[in-house]
Write a protein that binds this ligand. Structure first.
Ligand code: SAH
Length: 217
């Protein structure tokens, strides 16, 4: 394995141990770590950021947007507890990196992005890299993707003060939704919502994080 990727995986493992008292997860699933090892983050970041592609830092991807640090991508993915039969909705395609990780673990990924050129470049990048089970669409994610719902899991990769109600409706019974919930100030609480078989949702705060905002227009 490439030493940069090996180092990135070790950093994720260390961070997972250090944050276990908050997240309840001492280590992430082997399948999640294998997906992190298999997807080349350098393919998703601009050329100027290549030297930093495997550092545990967020990176700018243009249009004022960022790709999260690898540890946060791994944590959010792990919280979704995906299985190979799952259909997953992502809000905020950005570079397509998170979608690629999800694509390794689930059956089909549906990803929405409100900035047209990011939506287009992520879709063509994912196609070129052979991720055939990711569908991208340029649209405002607040409405979710009703035609393809319901979803086993939903991931929101931008900060929102609330979970758009359409998204909770589009989550299956037994489903998981992870979102950085904005409070006040710079930080958000990464929050895990679960829906039980009766259709009732419960939520649990996981960790303080910092994301770009989800925009409703
Ligand atoms: N998951 C991405 C990073 C996401 S950054 C990756 O792996 O690269 C957050 C993204 O959410 C940005 O691209 C931003 O344009 C997008 N976004 C913000 N508001 C949105 C909305 N209402 N609907 C869909 N996408 C949105």
């Amino acid at each position: 394995m490439n030493t940069d990727i090996k180092h990135m995986l070790e950093t994720i493992e260390r961070e997972a141990r250090l944050t276990a008292s908050y997240t309840g997860r001492e280590r992430f699933a082997d399948a999640v770590m294998a997906a992190m090892a298999a997807v080349n983050r350098a393919d998703f970041v601009p050329n100027v950021a290549h030297s930093q592609a495997f550092s545990n830092v967020p990176l700018a991807i243009g249009y004022g947007q960022t790709i999260s640090q690898p540890y946060i991508v791994a944590l959010m993915t792990d919280l979704l507890d995906l299985s190979q039969e799952d259909r997953v909705l992502e809000l905020g395609t950005g570079s397509g990196y998170q979608a690629a990780i999800l694509a390794k673990l689930a059956k089909q990924v549906y990803s929405l992005e409100r900035i047209e050129s990011l939506a287009e470049s992520a879709a063509s990048r994912l196609r070129q890299l052979g991720f055939n089970n990711v569908s991208c669409r340029h649209s405002n994610g607040y409405q979710g993707w009703p035609e393809e719902s319901p979803f086993d899991a939903i991931i929101i990769t931008a900060a929102s003060p609330f979970v758009p109600s359409a998204l909770l409706e589009q989550l299956k019974a037994g489903g998981r939704l992870v979102v950085p919930l904005a409070d006040r100030g710079l930080y958000q609480q990464l929050t895990l919502f679960t829906k039980n078989q009766q259709g009732e949702t419960a939520s649990r705060p996981i960790l303080a994080v910092s994301f770009v905002p989800l925009i409703d227009d």
